[in-house]
Design a protein. Structure first.
Length: 336
């Protein structure tokens, strides 16, 4: 039994007849035939994906994409011309199955031969979901309704394995380079610098940097005591409480045997607390809240930094540091 359904997207009037032989020849190699003139409508990649979905399917599904010019019948009845063309394809193929034919951007015709499938209803639903310029979407939608699994995506498993091995080897190489070039523990960007001015040799050893951090937390506590803000202020409560919490967090850990990375965490807590305190003071003074930035790396007495700068000290490792406007200008002039 043969069930035919015509779904017209655009009516064109042409004359002449078309030979289905090229489609039949194409189906000998693949269940998806795309006329060379229609590859802009159904590119090779999409045709290959459709082929992966339907190849070896039982009952067979065959797809053809042909020019709308094959509807040349001289009478302007594209539906009759499409039916005649698909009938000729079915007769020459002489096999049961589902036939889906795209006639350019004009019409899609489905035929179920020896298969109890409501292809007409399925096509109607899919054409309502897709534009006529998207036959690939329509065809994939039809296959979805026919419960045809989607084509597996991605390269074969062995390619993934080779790729993973390459990535692993590259990662090992990077780790080896990092290990050889890593800075010593007492040098590099993790060195603690307090918020107050000190001489360079006052932070030479880890023990000295620990002492500087303890002093920094103590000074911050004194700043909180001297600050002219109240915890119960209408608009300052949140900022003052955050500053107090930062001081308490830093104070709980600063007396331990901290390494440079842990000291950096202490500094971050103190800097955050100072910023929240400054925000509360700005509310009291009626001025805008200050930006949250670290103090100048070269001299904290310069005040809050205005930007970050990639700096390479003599014989040292490159590091990103916060700098004030004056120090930024100096670095620009020196080319560092």
């Amino acid at each position: 039994m043969r069930l035919l359904a015509a779904l017209m997207l655009l009516t064109t009037t042409m004359t002449g007849a078309a030979d289905p032989a090229p489609v039949i020849d194409g189906w000998k190699n693949s269940p998806v035939y795309v006329d060379p003139t229609q590859r802009a409508l159904v590119p090779d990649r999409d045709a290959d994906e459709l082929k992966s979905r339907i190849e070896g399917r039982v009952p067979a599904i065959r797809i053809a994409v042909v020019p709308a010019a094959v509807l040349n019948n001289g009478g302007g009845d594209n539906g009759a011309a499409a039916k005649a063309y698909v009938d000729a394809l079915v007769d020459k193929q002489a096999a049961d199955g589902i036939y889906l034919v795209v006639f350019g951007g004009a019409l899609i015709w489905g035929s179920a031969v020896g298969v109890d499938t409501p292809i007409g209803n399925i096509l109607t639903e899919e054409l309502a979901r897709h534009s006529r310029s998207d036959p690939v979407g329509t065809l994939n939608g039809v296959l979805d309704q026919l419960d045809v699994p989607k084509a597996s995506s991605g390269p074969p498993g062995w390619i993934w394995l080779v790729g993973a091995l390459v990535v692993l080897l590259a990662g090992l190489g990077l780790v080896r380079r990092w290990w050889k070039s890593r800075p010593a523990k007492d040098s590099g960007p993790a060195l603690y610098r307090p918020s107050y001015e000190v001489l360079p040799d006052e932070a030479d050893t880890l023990a000295e940097r620990q002492a500087l951090a303890r002093e920094d937390v103590t000074r911050f506590g004194e700043e909180l005591d001297a600050a002219d803000v109240r915890l119960d202020g209408v608009d300052t409560t949140a900022d003052v409480q955050a500053a107090l919490d930062a001081y308490a967090d830093a104070g709980r850990v600063v007396n331990g045997d901290l390494d440079d990375d842990e000291l950096l965490d202490v500094r971050a807590r103190v800097e955050y607390g100072r910023w929240r305190l400054a925000c509360a003071q700005a509310v009291v003074a009626g001025t805008p809240a200050p930006p949250r930035r670290a103090r100048c790396f070269f001299d904290p007495a310069h005040g809050v930094s205005v930007t970050d700068w990639m700096f390479t000290p003599g014989g040292g490792q490159p590091r990103e540091i916060p700098v004030c406007k004056a120090c930024q200008a100096r670095l620009v002039r020196s080319g560092r």
